[in-house]
Design a protein. Structure first.
Lengths: 289, 294
């Protein structure tokens, strides 16, 4: 089974636009949205949700005031200042480490499973989709990403499908690491700007750190030719393949506003380039077996 | 007009909407006040690419991880029992530490009955400090392969806010609505949410609004690339009674300038006025929300 993950380092470079288009071109892949913190892929896939599941991760202390003797030991041992002077728990600050519960002399603190969000099994016109919504201000995004990938694999096995297409999140931290470890191929979407290049280099550092095969797409490639050239030479030096150069075109925003992957509504240079990228990814995934 | 010292954060929900553009241009617009810009997007810090600060200090940041003194350890397993993250595991006469799972809660150290757990350190990144003309710039750079950004974000904020606090402190936050963003915007006076008028922009804006409402911080919105997409963001803000503080049109010139690291106010000096007005509106909104709360 192959997992291909679309990430970018910098946000807003076009990860979801490209993921949606690849899903539309390939059909019959499992689509997984692992940008659980700001999941947008469903806005283009318009999934019909078949199953909603709660996502529990980590612990949250529940202080029983009938047993509490107000000794403040819990406040003292909490490294995160998550217990207020009135013994209420700040959910935002709590890491779920449980130290308070272990030190409470009256056993007034019970650790409860923390409800952090929801995940969904859905059907789309392009194939089955696994996606999620991390609760606002909740933690454990990495664990939710891991869960989505596991469910996507199970679904792929059940449906006899071989390919999983994953939309990742920006950055290089916890959810990104969880979305790329063990993947078959990482595709980095960048743009020809100083921040696009800077962030691509950091994310390439991450994929090389975890020894994951990666390649690059330059989006809005004609925004600045010099910067695009710079991306090409960074990639050349790192022996990274540039899969395609998508031109800037307002049709992309127009398609998004209509809720469609751009390849479904356009036959111009953007769509042609994404089609060519799609072929190259296929060749790469299935040629060196 | 006399202003008290304020801390504002620039956040967004969706990535790539223009947080750094707003943070850097605002920092360079304000005159007659001391300004500090803290780039808290430690996974992908970008503000320094536009401000080119002369870096005077660079400090490593590390976090606590346990080191077990095996001579003292009695293998009682209490530390492993306490640890919710599986970061310290007792197997017969061995205790294994998994630094990448540790949340530095110090629970293991506190619970150990024989004081066998000592402080060890794990480097998670650096905090860089310098000046771009009169603007003090502080940014964090998360070590590649390191998963947890919040402790480094905390270190960036501490560097900028613990002593010699500027009249205006600006925090450039990471995208999203989970723990790194919360750490960045916690305890600020005002949050500016930057969005774009597209379905993705609006969807993630709603999440970001939910987040600042949970934190009970006054906020307003900037619509970037305001001449693209549709009008849904305006309808939403109107319905929710959220102030739109500034609109920045989609201009090729601005985008091309951004591409090579140029500030908008240098390309189009008329934006200095707009950012100055933005600052005035922020002060007004803070003042009026203080009244509402009182």
């Amino acid at each position: 089974m192959k997992e291909i993950v679309i990430i970018s380092g910098k946000g807003g470079t076009g990860k979801t636009t490209i993921t949606a288009s690849l899903a539309a071109l390939w059909k019959n892949t499992i689509i997984a949205d692992c940008d659980v913190d700001a999941a947008d892929l469903h806005l283009l896939m318009q999934p019909l949700t078949k199953q909603t599941n709660p996502f529990y991760s980590g612990k949250l202390p529940n202080i029983d005031m009938n047993l509490c003797n107000e000794c403040k030991k819990c406040i003292e041992v909490c490294e995160f200042n998550a217990i207020r002077n009135d013994f209420s728990v700040s959910k935002i600050d709590c890491e779920g480490c449980g130290t308070c519960a272990f030190f409470c002399p009256t056993g007034a603190i019970r650790l409860e499973d923390r409800h952090c969000g929801e995940w969904y099994l859905s059907e789309t016109r392009f194939g089955p989709m696994v996606h999620a919504r991390l609760g606002i201000a909740e933690a454990n995004s990495g664990k939710l990403v891991t869960l989505i990938r596991k469910e996507a694999k199970q679904l792929a096995e059940k449906k006899g499908l071989d390919l999983i297409l994953i939309d990742g999140s920006p950055g290089i931290g916890c959810p990104v690491i969880s979305s790329i470890t063990g993947a078959s191929l990482v595709v980095i979407v960048t743009e020809p700007t100083v921040s696009g290049i800077h962030d691509m280099e950091r994310v390439l550092g991450l994929t090389s750190h975890f020894q994951i095969s990666s390649s690059v797409i330059i989006n809005k490639a004609d925004l600045n030719r010099e910067m695009s050239q710079q991306i090409e030479s960074v990639c050349k030096n790192c022996n990274i393949e540039v899969l395609g150069r998508i031109p800037y075109d307002r049709i992309v925003t127009k398609a998004m506003v209509e809720g469609n992957p751009v390849v479904e509504v356009d036959n111009g240079p953007v769509t042609q380039e994404i089609q060519s990228i799609s072929h190259q990814i296929h060749n790469r995934l299935y040629s060196n077996q | 007009m006399e202003f008290k010292k304020i801390i504002i954060a620039i956040a967004s929900g969706k990535g790539g909407t223009g947080k750094t553009t707003v943070a850097t241009n605002l920092a360079k617009t304000v005159t007659g006040q001391t300004v500090t810009l803290m780039d808290c997007d430690v996974e992908e810090p970008n503000a320094h690419l536009f401000l080119n600060p002369e870096i005077r200090e660079e400090e490593p940041v590390d976090i606590f991880i346990p080191r077990v003194d095996l001579d003292r350890c009695t293998h009682c397993g209490k530390c492993s029992e306490l640890c919710q993250f599986g970061a310290i595991v007792t197997i017969k006469d061995k205790v294994l530490v998994f630094p990448e799972l540790c949340h530095s809660c110090l629970g293991c150290k506190r619970i150990c009955p024989v004081e066998a757990i000592e402080d060890d350190k794990k480097a998670i990144g650096t905090v860089s400090m310098g000046f771009s003309e009169s603007v003090r710039c502080i940014y964090g750079t998360l070590k590649i392969g390191e998963a947890m950004a919040p402790p480094l974000i905390q270190a960036v904020k501490k560097a900028g806010l613990s002593k010699k606090v500027s009249d205006l402190s600006i925090i450039d936050a990471p995208p999203g609505t989970s723990c790194p963003v919360i750490e960045a915007i916690k305890n600020v006076d005002f949050v500016v949410l930057v969005t774009e008028p597209t379905p993705f922009g609006l969807h993630d804006l709603k999440l970001a609004v939910g987040m600042v409402r949970i934190l009970e911080i006054p906020f307003g919105i900037i619509v970037n690339r305001s001449t693209t997409g549709d009008r849904q963001v305006w309808h939403y803000c109107h319905k929710e009674n959220i102030p739109i503080l500034l609109e920045i049109p989609d201009e090729r010139e601005i985008a091309e300038g951004y591409a090579i690291g140029k500030l908008m106010i240098d390309l189009k000096p008329e934006y200095k006025n707009k950012f100055q007005n933005l600052m005035n509106k922020i002060h007004q909104t803070i003042a009026s929300s203080a009244k509402v709360i009182a």
